[in-house]
Design a protein. Structure first.
Length: 117
């Protein structure tokens, strides 16, 4: 399964990449929202893990672009954030699932498995 992880915190990117590859996922990581939109179109991942606060295009704008594009509109998005307003905003823009940072990896994998069945 292909996963695209988008976060501007390189420590989080690396930690998620290691954990997901350990569980046999194919992982691509991106730190900028603009690049995430292009990579999602090219890679066609099974799921996208997306941070809310990004430099340039934020997670809100990235989600809107992905959900408005016929090539990417059906890819499930799990938004990850510690921002107090992120969950409320995520529910309005078409995010499939929301996890507050910090999150438990087991919970993340459960959410992924529920979304890709």
């Amino acid at each position: 399964m292909k996963v695209l992880v988008v976060d501007d915190d390189l420590t989080i990117l690396e930690a998620l990449k290691i954990a997901m590859e350990f569980n046999d996922y194919q992982v691509e990581t991106i730190s900028k929202g603009e690049e995430a939109v292009l990579m999602a179109q090219k890679l066609q991942p099974n799921i996208i893990l997306l941070d809310f606060l990004l430099s340039g295009l934020d997670g809100n704008e990235v989600t809107k672009k992905l959900k408005d594009n016929p090539l990417t509109k059906n890819i499930p998005i799990i938004m990850l954030s510690a921002h107090p307003e992120a969950k409320r905003i995520a529910s309005k823009i078409g995010v499939d699932c929301f996890l507050s940072k910090p999150f438990d990896l087991d919970e993340l994998f459960n959410k992924i498995n529920n979304l890709i069945r």
